[in-house]
Write a protein that binds this ligand. Structure first.
Ligand code: SF4
Length: 345
C-alpha cells in the first residue's frame, strides 16, 4: 500500500472511523516511507504493542532506537520517555502520538523546585530516576533506573547527602537496601503503583496460591515487604520466561503483553485497577495520524539535551565506577574536558 499526502485525514478523530486493519496498514506503510521505528512501552495497549518494532521500558527502548538507522522514532509511551529517546538520538526526529501523554510522577518535580532544594544542600549529589523530565535529568549528577538504583547509590560517597527525585517509594527501597540514612527523598510517586493495596494482594494470593508475587519498587513499602520478588518491568519480563505463574504488581499492560506472549502460563495483575490512564492515551488511530502528519515532534534545547545525556551516560557506566564530581570538575566536563577519576565518557 502506497500512501500519498492527500490520503492523510485531518484529525485523529477521523482515524477512529477506520477499521483496525486499515489503521495497521497505514501505520506500517507510513512507517516504511518515513524510515521510522515504533517503540511500544510495556504498558501500552495490546494493539499498539502489536505494531511496535520494540517493546520494553523507556531506557531500553531509547537505546534500541539509537542503535537503528531509522530517521524517525515514534515513541508510544509518555512524554519523558520520548525526551529520553531524543536525548540519546539527537539527529533523529522523535514523535509522540499524543503530546498530552505525560507522567504525573515525573511532573512532581520541576526544574525550579529542584534548584531550590539543591541550593539548600549545595554539597549533595542529585540522583534522578529516569522517570523524570529532561530538564530534571540535566540538573542531576546521575540518573538511575528501578533496576540499578541501588547500584548507582552504592557508588556515591557515603558521606555525601543524596537528593533522590522524584519517587519517594523507590528512594525508600534504596535507603533500605543500602542502609544509608542521608537520602532526602522527593515526595513524588506513581499513582498506579502507589495505589496497590495489601487487600488486593491477599485476594490475588488466595486465588492463585501457586503464583510467585513480583512487585515493582515504585510500590509502597508494606507491599514490597510481602513480595516474593521485587524487580523492574524488564525483570518481570525475564521472570516470565522462567516461571509458569506470576502475580504482577505493576501496570496491567505488562500482564496483557505476557499473556499474549505465553498463552499457556498464568499471569495475574495484582490489581485489575492498576491502569495508567496517561499511557493509554496512545491509540492506534492517534498513531496512524501521527505517522501520516509527522507530528507531534519532541524538541529539546541542546544545553538541556547534552546535560541530560551526561547524567544518563554516567549511569550507564556506573558498573565501571563513578565519583560525583565537584562543581569545578563539572564545568570542565561540560566543556568537554573529562575530570580525572570520573567514570563517565
Ligand atoms: S505508570 Fe506511573 S510512572 Fe509510568 S507513566 Fe504512568 S504514572 Fe508515570
Amino acid at each position: 500500500m502506497t500512501l500519498k499526502t492527500r490520503d492523510a485525514l485531518p484529525t485523529p478523530l477521523d482515524y477512529t472511523t477506520l477499521p483496525r486493519e486499515e489503521l495497521r496498514d497505514r501505520i506500517l506503510a507510513r512507517k516504511a516511507e518515513r524510515n521510522a521505528v515504533i517503540l511500544g512501552h510495556n504498558y501500552q495497549r495490546v494493539e499498539i504493542q502489536e505494531v511496535s518494532d520494540f517493546l520494553g521500558d523507556s531506557l531500553a527502548l531509547s537505546q534500541e532506537a539509537a542503535d537503528t538507522d531509522a530517521d524517525t522514532i515514534v515513541f508510544c509511551g509518555v512524554h519523558f520517555m520520548a525526551e529520553t529517546a531524543k536525548v540519546l538520538s539527537p539527529e533523529k526526529t522523535v514523535l509522540m502520538p499524543d503530546p498530552r501523554a505525560g507522567c504525573p510522577m515525573a511532573d512532581f518535580v520541576t526544574g525550579d523546585a529542584l534548584r531550590r532544594l539543591q541550593e539548600e544542600h549545595p554539597d549533595a549529589v542529585t540522583v534522578a530516576y529516569v522517570n523524570s523530565t529532561a530538564e530534571v535529568k540535566a540538573m542531576s549528577d546521575i540518573c538511575c533506573t528501578s533496576s540499578n538504583a541501588v547500584q548507582v547509590v552504592e557508588t556515591i560517597d557515603p558521606d555525601r547527602t543524596i537528593l533522590f527525585v522524584p519517587d519517594r517509594n523507590l528512594a525508600r527501597y534504596v535507603q533500605e537496601r543500602t542502609g544509608r540514612t542521608n537520602i532526602i527523598a522527593w515526595d513524588g510517586y506513581c499513582y498506579v503503583h502507589d495505589d496497590l493495596v495489601l487487600e488486593e494482594l491477599d485476594r490475588a494470593r488466595k486465588a492463585h496460591p501457586e503464583a510467585l508475587v513480583v512487585i515493582h519498587p515504585e510500590a509502597r513499602q508494606e507491599l514490597l515487604d510481602q513480595a516474593d520478588h521485587i524487580t523492574s518491568t524488564g525483570g518481570m519480563v525475564r521472570m516470565a520466561e522462567e516461571h509458569d505463574a506470576l502475580i504482577l504488581g505493576t501496570e496491567r499492560g505488562l500482564v496483557d503483553q505476557l499473556r499474549a506472549r505465553y498463552p499457556g502460563k498464568t499471569f495475574v495483575p495484582l490489581s485489575g485497577a492498576a491502569v495508567c490512564g496517561n499511557m493509554k492515551l496512545n491509540t492506534l488511530a492517534k498513531l496512524a495520524w501521527c505517522l501520516d502528519h509527522g507530528r507531534h515532534e519532541v524538541v529539546l534545547e541542546e544545553g538541556i539535551r547534552s546535560r541530560a545525556e551526561r547524567s544518563l551516560r554516567r549511569m550507564l557506566q556506573v558498573s565501571g565506577g563513578w565519583t560525583a564530581p565537584t562543581a569545578e570538575q563539572e564545568e570542565l566536563e561540560l566543556a568537554g574536558v573529562r575530570p580525572k577519576g570520573c567514570g563517565c565518557g
